[in-house]
Ligand binder design. Structure first.
Ligand code: PNS
Length: 170
């Protein structure tokens, strides 16, 4: 059975992530969504535990998917749980260089690890956690962009959206 890990900051989890989780979970015997602090990014809106909780609520009911947090090297965590595949989502060519560098480095550290990219669904290709944080904080309605577990926490943090229409999704 091939065990895969989908690592990320997930600050917060949005529908693009959920799409990758669903599709990747069909490819592997087991998928662990690993929430981790990215030292290259700022402190973040939600704590690691809050992010893990929103992922956990969202994947409840998805067979063979679990959620974990870890500190330290991704490949070290993968060794601990017996995972050999890293799943990452690719939205656009702009993601490619960053992801390619990480894929090569991870393989450099651990030869047994492979990174597989899932192309983000077209309808979510413009979506990022950074933009979700930004527009939710400015009062936009992000109902159509994030799962309910994220929406609830964003509302708790920022209050109800102000009089801006919900974005239409195509
Ligand atoms: O969602 P992100 O922030 O783009 O995900 C980046 C993440 C968390 C996958 C990456 O920073 C990571 O793997 N961090 C764990 C520490 C590590 O192993 N760093 C070396 C990566 S080459």
């Amino acid at each position: 059975m091939v065990r895969a890990v989908y690592p990320g900051s997930f600050d917060p989890l949005h529908n693009g992530h959920v799409d990758v989780i669903r599709r990747a979970s069909r490819l592997f015997g087991h998928l662990t969504v690993a929430v981790v602090h990215n030292p290259l990014k700022s402190d973040g809106l939600f704590t690691i535990d809050e992010r893990a909780a929103m992922v956990r609520e969202t994947v409840a009911g998805m067979p063979d998917v679990d959620v974990a947090t870890f500190q330290g090297l991704l490949v070290g965590f993968m060794r601990e749980i017996g995972a050999t595949v890293i799943v990452k989502g690719l939205r656009a060519i702009s993601d490619y260089e960053y992801e390619l560098q990480m894929a090569h480095l991870n393989r450099q550290i651990d030869r047994d690890v492979e990174t597989l990219f899932v192309m983000t669904a077209t309808r979510w290709s413009y979506l990022s956690s950074t933009r979700v944080r930004e527009i939710a904080g400015l009062g936009a309605d992000v109902t159509k962009l994030v799962p309910p577990a994220t929406l609830r926490r964003l509302r708790r943090r920022f209050g109800a959206p102000t009089a801006v229409p919900a974005p239409t999704t195509s």
